[in-house]
Each structure stands twice: as structure tokens, then as C-alpha cells.
Design a protein around this ligand. Structure first.
Ligand code: SAH
Length: 367
């Protein structure tokens, strides 16, 4: 008992008073609890942290995305003021590299006000440090809905995978919400709600009708995605979503825990592990498109970054850099297709106001 963390004690208290806890509630508490949440209490990124993201792998990632945004801004008619919004900016590295790269488009650089949507005070402090000399005005917000209205370009790298996910499990009576309880040996363990979810069939992809007992379906709430769509439509803007996930809704379990660059049991050490689930790009797109944004992609990250010119950028960095091997390795990590690389697993989708046309990287892949 005594080695239980305060967050585990709180989760158990809630289970005792309210009954088994839905997975999304568990995930939200583990990641975002004000005092003990994973994101709220630490900087998890980098080689010494728990996981590494594309902007932390190489400056090329943020630079190319910055130039993507500058081009989209021109396609938007070059509004005098544009909100460059980033959802879940981590250490602020993508934004720093993007803002440095767009100095070659001075009109865009001076049109930008950056708005960072970040819930973690620790990461916000890190972002303030990283962006000290960025040369643009920056505001922080806890949620996208708090960013003032107006022309906007929204960036989200590895944000949607960290939003709480729900799961349902098939039995011969239907699909039951998956919940967490304390089992006979007093460990946190999965269980299912006694009654099937009503009217759930309408949410499920077609293949679910042949799913066997024990099959799992995952889904997320639509609030953030719908807000992205609203911003794109109202602000005549654009959004770029990059994340690991699948192109079509499907049956299967992707909820996972990672600590120190290794997979772990998501029900042990609540608050000490990164909990995520793959992004269902079909469901995400449905929510963002609902309000009128036009979708491009999703395409694989390798294709997107190649089309933006990452290989040329790598070559020019190599010509200047003392450690050309590092650049080759970073390039391989970002666009490689093997399991340990990001090129195939990560997908990129753009959502733009219909007046904008095809954003860079999506030529010939309009849906
Ligand atoms: N985009 C960064 C970091 C990805 S980690 C990168 O690529 O390196 C996820 C980020 O989203 C972190 O900054 C985390 O604190 C933030 N985050 C997670 N859930 C959030 C929420 N509900 N609201 C706002 N920010 C959130």
C-alpha cells in the first residue's frame, strides 16, 4: 500500500466511491492531473526523457513546416495579421525552428503572432525559454477555444495521440465500455461495463460486424477536432495535423504506455508513464471537416517531407555541418519506412478553407 503514488491512491478512491473508471477518465487523470499528471509535472521529451518527437530529431522538421505555413499564408491572401497556433508544442522546438526558417519571408514573419496551446506549466516554462529570442509576440492558452478569432494556421504534431481515448469491447451481447477497477489481487485491471453501450453500432466501422468476442474499438471525443474545423472555416485558415495512426477507422487496440523509450503496462505507475493511442484519421477528419474545412491527405510523413524538400535541406546542412552522419541519421529517422523510423507510421493531413487551394506537399493527393 505505502509505495502507491498519491495519484494511484486518488484513482482508487474514485473507483471505490464511483465504481469502475472509464479509460478516458483514467488517461486524463494520468496525463493532466494538476498536481501529479504526467505532462503537468515534467518535460518528458528527448533522449533522456521518455520519448523523442520529430522536431527533437532534427531542425529540418520545424524549418520545413515553417515554410509550409509561409506558403499557406500566401495562399490565404497574405493577411496582415495571422495567428500561428501550435497545439501541444512540447519544448517549443518546432516553433523555434519554424520561426527561424521563415525569416526568409519577412512579410510573413512580421505578420505572425504565435499562440501556443499548452496545458503543462512545466512545458510552458520550457517553451518560454526556447522561444526567448524568437522575435515574435507569443501568447499561451490552455485550450484552442481561448485563442482569439481571426486568420489562423494551426499546427499539431503528436498532439491528438495524447488526448484521452475510450475503448469498447465486444461480447456476445454487444459492445461494452472498457473500464478500470481494482482486481482480486488488488491491482488495477481492465473490466467492462455490465450493459452494452446503447446505439453504439452507428459509431462502428463496417468491419466491426464480423469482429469476434474480445475485439476492441477505440474512439475519442470530438471537441478539439471540431474546434480546429471551426477555426479553419471561420478564420479562412488552415491546419496541419501530424501523428501516428491509421488512415481508416478499424477494430484494434493501440492504447499504450511508454517510459524511458520502452513500452510499459499502462495500468502500473499512473502519472509516471506517457499514455497514448494511435490517431484514427478517418474519425478525426470527419470531425474537422464537419464545419466546412477541406481535407488533403492523410499521406505518409515520408512523402510529405520529401515533397517539401527535406532531402535537399539535408544535403545543404551536410555541406555546412561538421557531423554529416548525424544529419543522415536524422533524415533516416524522419522519412525511413522501417518500424523504428517515423516515415510510414506517421501520417500528415491538412485541413484548409476551400478558398485556399492545395497546400504544399499535397499536390495530386486531394481527396
Ligand atoms: N508537439 C511536441 C510535443 C508532443 S507531446 C513535439 O512534437 O515535440 C504532447 C504535447 O501536448 C505536450 O506539450 C503536452 O503537454 C501537450 N498536451 C497534452 N494534452 C493536452 C491538452 N489536453 N491540452 C493542451 N496541451 C496538451
Amino acid at each position: 500500500m505505502s509505495d502507491r503514488s498519491p495519484l494511484e491512491a486518488e484513482i482508487r478512491r474514485r473507483i471505490t466511491t464511483a465504481g469502475p473508471m472509464p479509460l478516458a477518465e483514467y488517461m486524463a487523470l494520468c496525463l493532466l492531473d494538476r498536481e501529479h499528471g504526467y505532462y503537468t509535472t515534467r518535460d518528458p521529451l528527448g533522449t533522456r526523457g521518455d520519448f523523442t518527437t520529430a522536431p527533437e530529431v532534427s531542425q529540418m522538421f520545424g524549418e520545413l513546416i515553417g515554410l509550409w505555413a509561409a506558403t499557406v499564408w500566401t495562399q490565404m491572401g497574405a493577411p496582415e495579421n495571422v495567428r500561428l497556433i501550435e497545439l501541444g508544442p512540447g519544448r517549443g522546438t518546432l516553433m523555434k525552428d519554424a520561426l527561424r526558417a521563415v525569416q526568409i519571408v519577412p512579410e510573413f514573419h512580421s505578420a505572425v503572432v504565435a499562440h501556443l496551446v499548452e496545458i503543462s506549466p512545466v512545458l510552458q516554462a520550457q517553451q518560454e525559454k526556447t522561444l526567448e529570442d524568437a522575435g515574435v509576440t507569443i501568447f499561451w492558452h490552455a485550450k484552442l477555444a481561448d485563442v482569439p478569432a481571426g486568420p489562423a494556421i494551426i499546427l499539431a504534431n503528436e498532439f491528438f495521440d495524447s488526448l484521452p481515448v475510450n475503448q469498447a469491447m465486444k461480447t456476445d451481447r454487444g459492445w461494452h465500455e472498457r473500464r478500470i477497477q481494482s482486481d482480486a489481487s488488488d491491482q488495477l485491471a481492465f473490466t467492462i461495463a455490465p450493459e452494452p453501450l446503447p446505439f453504439f453500432q452507428t459509431l462502428l466501422p463496417a468491419q466491426s460486424s464480423t469482429a469476434c468476442a474480445g475485439a476492441i474499438f477505440e474512439w475519442r471525443g470530438d471537441t478539439e477536432a471540431m474546434e480546429v474545423g471551426r477555426r479553419v472555416a471561420d478564420g479562412r485558415g488552415a491546419a496541419l495535423v501530424i501523428d501516428y495512426g491509421h488512415l481508416e477507422s478499424g477494430i484494434g487496440e493501440t492504447f499504450q504506455a511508454v517510459g524511458q523509450h520502452a513500452y510499459a503496462d499502462p495500468l502500473t505507475a499512473p502519472g509516471a508513464l506517457d499514455l497514448t493511442a494511435h490517431v484514427d484519421f478517418q474519425a478525426l477528419s470527419r470531425a474537422i471537416e464537419a464545419i466546412g474545412a477541406k481535407r488533403f491527405g492523410p499521406i505518409e510523413q515520408s512523402q510529405f517531407l520529401r515533397r517539401l524538400g527535406i532531402e535537399q535541406r539535408a544535403a545543404s546542412l551536410k555541406a555546412k555541418a561538421a557531423r554529416a552522419d548525424d544529419i543522415d541519421q536524422a533524415l533516416a529517422r524522419l522519412i525511413g519506412r522501417e518500424r523504428t523510423a517515423m516515415g510510414e507510421l506517421f501520417k500528415v493531413a491538412a485541413f484548409v478553407h476551400p478558398s485556399i487551394g492545395t497546400p504544399p506537399g499535397f499536390e495530386a493527393s486531394a481527396s
